[in-house]
Design a protein around this ligand. Structure first.
Ligand code: FE2
Length: 568
């Protein structure tokens, strides 16, 4: 017995050593994250527990891939790859578990481009994040994680287009996915249609709320885990694990490279630089840091030097660049706590009030000015346009001070005016805002206060904004509204504010087709309460032609919600 164990031990060690020789060991960025991390563990502890010696001794193979695979933050020559393993046997929490990664130019893995290995353990919640470099621009790649016993599903991804490329690029754009709120059909359809190249997520990828608070998933079999509100690193990790158990979400991650930013619910409701709507008195900054750690562990985002700075820019050939803003945690001034709205109302026009912080604002201005592509997309978590929700005929949304959505750019008017003025003064064209967070779909045009804007013609428009609905978070309209009641409210909202279009009934997403001549936006709607829902609705269609800062009135059409009657 002893003899055979020794033989098995020697053979496995030799086999393992052979594998080590044949495939390069690469850094799991989440360990790197930990060693730079301020909060989770003392640095000495990490270094001691994550040593290469341990790795050479490790051969634990009995694992499952329960949370899918993902890729993201593509560049011209690199992509972030992600997975998480679940050990099937009892394992020492400090034991390093090896995992291999293979990249191929074909789905059958006949042309292997890279075959590397890395390791993970409980210190980083068994997550794996690799920055694979040396890739070619505009190339589709296939990948999988594996060991001697098991392989993950095969994923597909692609790098960014060549700098001089002029081909169309298609995006799916998402915001606000509440797992307990309903099924993730919005993630499903672009996979089924194979209709986009990349996914943009504007935040609220998870919700931190306790089970039954805000949404109740019991009837749908989608209760929040943990049951209580997330506050600690462990809570957020469990919440990500729940969300990532969803097959529609897993399939979208496996099919497309994602580019994400966070909004408030990746940390806490209506959060800003130094606080949020507090529910239990847990220290906000500690909570934010732990939530941030789980965010970087679980999502395919490239870790930045400063983990709180996730605003960044991606260029898609000559067609467009997208500026992913952080309007939430980087530098935002105090926001709506629900009980302080009288106080915030007096602040909204303060000149030095900021959504972005001055370095991010300066960075965005430079990106707008120095753009060498055709289009400049600005991705903002929150709605930028001013919208008055005090709707006297339909009763409004039921919030105090509805003339300002204090948690959106409406609560930071000077910052919005600085942005609009900058675009106008520099005569910048071909800019489009993508936003979300408000759980209703809106198409609008922005102009400066007290300046001429004509919704019939688009005259006076400085920039167009497409606001996506929620993946599965409830509408901001009264929850009991049926579709026709919702339509009446949409009409009042659109007419009172000179919006182009609004739909407050359907959950869904936007698809953008961007080329050298147009930005075309199609809104899609889904029924999140029906698990078998299989026929998405095409809600609306808009085109912004090049060198025209407003929406083309001729080509727009809507199948749901309210279009501005002055245009028709
Ligand atoms: Fe949300």
């Amino acid at each position: 017995m002893l003899f055979s164990s020794i033989i098995i031990g020697i053979v496995s060690y030799l086999y393992y050593f052979k594998n080590l020789l044949s495939s390069k060991v690469v850094t799991n960025l989440n360990f790197d994250l930990l060693s730079r991390q301020l909060y989770a563990l003392p640095e000495d502890d990490v270094n001691q527990k994550v040593s290469t010696n341990d790795f050479f001794k490790s051969s634990f193979n009995n694992i499952s891939f329960l949370h899918g695979i993902a890729s993201g933050d593509p560049t011209l020559d690199s992509i972030i790859f992600w997975t998480r393993i679940t050990p099937n046997d009892q394992v020492d929490p400090n034991q390093l578990i090896p995992i291999h990664f293979k990249l191929s130019s074909d789905e059958n893995f006949t042309d292997i481009l890279q075959d590397v290995q890395t390791f993970t353990n409980s210190l980083i919640d068994y997550t794996i994040k690799l920055d694979i470099t040396g890739l070619n621009p505009n190339q589709t790649y296939y990948y999988k994680f594996y060991n001697d016993l098991i392989s993950s599903d095969i994923g597909q991804t692609k790098t960014l287009p060549y700098p001089d490329q002029e081909d169309d690029v298609k995006l799916a754009v998402y915001s606000c996915a509440n797992y307990a709120g309903g099924f993730y059909h919005a993630y499903k359809f672009p996979v089924l249609k194979n209709s986009v190249d990349y996914v943009i997520h504007l935040g609220d990828y998870i919700y931190e709320f306790a089970n039954g608070v805000y949404t109740n998933g019991t009837k749908l079999g989608r209760d929040h885990i943990p049951e209580h509100e997330c506050e600690t690193l462990e809570d957020y990790r469990l919440r990500y694990a729940l969300y990532r158990s969803d097959k529609d979400l897993q399939n979208s991650h496996a099919k497309f490279p994602w580019i994400l930013v966070w909004d408030d619910h990746e940390v806490a409701d209506n959060s800003w630089l130094r606080g949020s709507v507090a529910t239990s008195g847990y220290d906000f900054l500690k909570r934010r840091d732990e939530a941030t750690q789980a965010y970087f562990e679980w999502l395919p985002i490239r870790p930045q030097k400063n983990l709180s700075k996730i605003w960044r820019n991606f260029k898609f050939g000559k067609v467009f660049q997208i500026n992913m803003l952080d309007t939430r945690h980087y530098s935002r001034d105090i926001t709506d706590y629900y009980h302080n709205q009288e106080f915030i109302k007096n602040l909204v026009e303060y000149e030095d009030r900021t959504m972005l912080g001055y370095d991010q604002e300066e960075w965005l201005n430079r990106r707008l000015l120095d753009n060498d592509t055709t289009w400049n997309l600005i991705a903002s978590q929150c709605v930028v346009r001013d919208i008055d929700f005090s709707l006297p005929e339909t009763g409004g949304l039921g919030f105090p001070f509805e003339e300002f959505n204090q948690d959106a750019w409406d609560g930071y008017i000077a910052n919005r005016n600085r942005l609009l003025n900058f675009i106008k003064q520099n005569e910048l064209k071909n800019n489009v805002i993508l936003s979300g967070d408000f759980h209703i779909a809106i198409t609008s045009e922005l102009s400066l206060p007290h300046e001429i804007y004509n919704v019939e013609t688009g005259e006076g428009t400085i920039i167009v904004e497409f606001t996506t609905s929620a993946v599965s978070s409830p509408t901001t309209f009264p929850k009991h509204f049926n579709e026709s009641q919702s339509l009446i409210m949409s009409k009042e909202l659109v007419e009172n504010n000179d919006l182009i279009w609004n739909d407050g009934y359907w959950r869904g997403y936007m698809e953008l087709n961007i080329n050298m001549n147009n930005v075309t936006t199609d809104y899609y709607g889904v029924d999140i309460k029906d698990v078998n829902f299989n026929n998405e609705l095409h809600l609306a269609h808009f085109v912004v032609p090049k060198d025209q800062s407003f929406i083309d009135r001729e080509s727009m059409y809507v199948n749901s919600g309210a279009m501005n009657q002055k245009i028709i």
